[in-house]
Design a protein around this ligand. Structure first.
Ligand SMILES: [Zn+2]
Length: 137
């Protein structure tokens, strides 16, 4: 199945979803991530767009937003995992999140995300756009 065919099938499924996605359903775009208002969508052509921003028209995601959105898409829709940016051989594991893509804050310190017990504040890593790696420049 082509990416476009796959995305169109997922769009149909998302419209029936029991979570926030059904309220953001759109026949031409797949809801990926809800930023408490603005919504990131993936189009069948493979573009990431952001809509429902206050006073702004729909726009294309910038490169960092696109990386973030494609990692979220892979989490939400495992069939789309191949769209994630591939880790280049020269990439370094992100120092801030130790490759987890998420961080937490404990006693005023930023720590890599740990799976485990209890509620913890979970933040997406701003250093690597939650990819878990960065390119040394
Ligand atoms: Zn990171």
């Amino acid at each position: 199945m082509t990416n476009a065919g796959l995305i169109l099938r997922l769009i149909e499924e998302a419209a029936q979803a029991s979570d926030w996605r059904s309220s953001c359903a759109d026949s031409e775009r797949l809801p990926i991530f809800n930023l408490w208002g603005p919504v990131m969508y993936l189009t069948p052509a493979g573009e990431v767009v952001i809509d429902h921003e206050e006073d702004r028209p729909t726009r294309l995601a910038d490169p960092a937003e696109r990386d973030f959105a494609l990692v979220r898409a892979a989490e939400k829709y495992p069939e789309l995992a191949h769209l994630q940016p591939p880790r280049p051989p020269a990439a370094a594991t992100c120092n801030l999140c130790s490759g987890r893509g998420r961080i937490t804050v404990s006693q005023g310190k930023i720590l890599p995300w740990q799976d485990g017990r209890g509620f913890k504040l979970c933040l997406y890593c701003p250093e690597c756009n939650s990819l878990g790696w960065t390119l040394a420049i």
